[in-house]
Design a binder for this molecule. Sequence first.
Ligand SMILES: Cc1cc2nc3c(=O)[nH]c(=O)nc-3n(C[C@H](O)[C@H](O)[C@H](O)COP(=O)(O)OP(=O)(O)OC[C@H]3O[C@@H](n4cnc5c(N)ncnc54)[C@H](O)[C@@H]3O)c2cc1C
Length: 410
Amino acid sequence: MPRPHSRLHVVGGGLAGLAAALAGSRAGWAVEVWEASPGFGGRCRSFVDPVLGRRVDNGNHLLLAGNRAAMRHLAETGGDRAVRLAPARFPCLDLESGERWEVGVPNGGVGFPPRPSLPPGVAGGGLLRDLGRLWRLKGDAPLGDALPEGPARRLLWDPLVRAVMNMDPDEAAAPPFRRALGEILARGPGGLRPVLFPRGLAAALVDPALDTLRARGAGLHPGRRVVGLDLGRERALGLGTRGGTVALAAGDALVVALPPSGAAALLPGLAVPEGHSPILGAHFALDAPRLPVPFMGLVGGTAEWLFQHEGVLSATVSAAGAADDAALPARLWADAARALGCEGAPPPPARLVREKAATFRQTPAGEALRPPARTRWRNVALAGDWTRTGLPATIEGALRSGASAVRALG
Ligand SMILES: Cc1cc2nc3c(=O)[nH]c(=O)nc-3n(C[C@H](O)[C@H](O)[C@H](O)COP(=O)(O)OP(=O)(O)OC[C@H]3O[C@@H](n4cnc5c(N)ncnc54)[C@H](O)[C@@H]3O)c2cc1C
């Protein structure tokens, strides 16, 4: 518990930092959030693109109703007014064979047992055997070791692992994927319902959190990069920002909610996972034609997911290796046009966003280096999607890490 009038300084205004700020203000801290960029939200942000003249997200984000910290965050801040829950159905298209199908729970969980619909050639029994192997896999073996080649791997596991872990299954660590999958499945068919962001990510996940923090009297400091910490033997004594230093009084505390390299730069001796995995997105200004659904999974091409917002169709590629960016919009548009049923149509205006450091490399080696929230300084805690949350580097992991960091301060 904070002493009366104690201040909690949160360094980094991404979702982990905002979650720490919300948890801190709930617990009675006076909160200050220091963010290097002119805006908050970090890797989960929206902006008006000058080329398209439309509001876009930095990348498509898939969130499920079974992500309980995310649903709590939306409810606490009023962000739930800016989302819509879709049915637990994921339409898919194989760009090689032209086959279309839906993965999900068509009866929406009404009736028992809920009858899942699966990709062509994939049987429930085989999936259960895959799950058994996945759960028995040793901690340092990559996920792919549990998943034999075949239709289930190509049409279900590979796209799912790439979407959740932003890594190929042959490189991805198993424990966080298992935990995320286990938590979602345990919540029943309702947990599989996708959360849609018709007005963009920031309108739901970021702006309402900032309004809530302002209403609780928090100080929000965009454009104030923290360049150094004054660290004593046992506690942090101050922080240096572009624009001045801030002394920490006895009882004040700090949550460092930065990406791995930023945290390592501020906290000497902190070991962090190395390397990043990129995510690539192309936004097309498109009013028509439209997909009959808000999103679609694609296999056998370059694009992996299509998301449709008002006036914008976006294509995503996870774990996107080095690629010729100049040729990509045309390739992604060709895939999108197949899904839209307008093959050969000229590409609409496009904006490519390559997030080079979308997530840390979630390999078994990277997993072993994720640090806990507690640090060797008793008034400093760590947050971020890459810290030891047990979950993949996702919105859910980032939000939970923020609350855990505040709990770690005691
Ligand atoms: C393209 C893309 C697609 C994604 N898709 C999904 C998805 O489908 N589902 C999902 O759940 N997750 C997805 N994610 C992951 C999700 O966005 C992240 O897990 C989450 O946003 C991470 O939040 P964070 O607060 O841990 O880190 P960040 O968002 O990186 O926050 C760190 C903040 O610290 C600031 N900062 C850095 N240095 C300093 C400094 N010295 N001083 C002050 N501030 C500083 C940064 O500007 C940033 O705002 C995706 C990510 C990307 C990039």
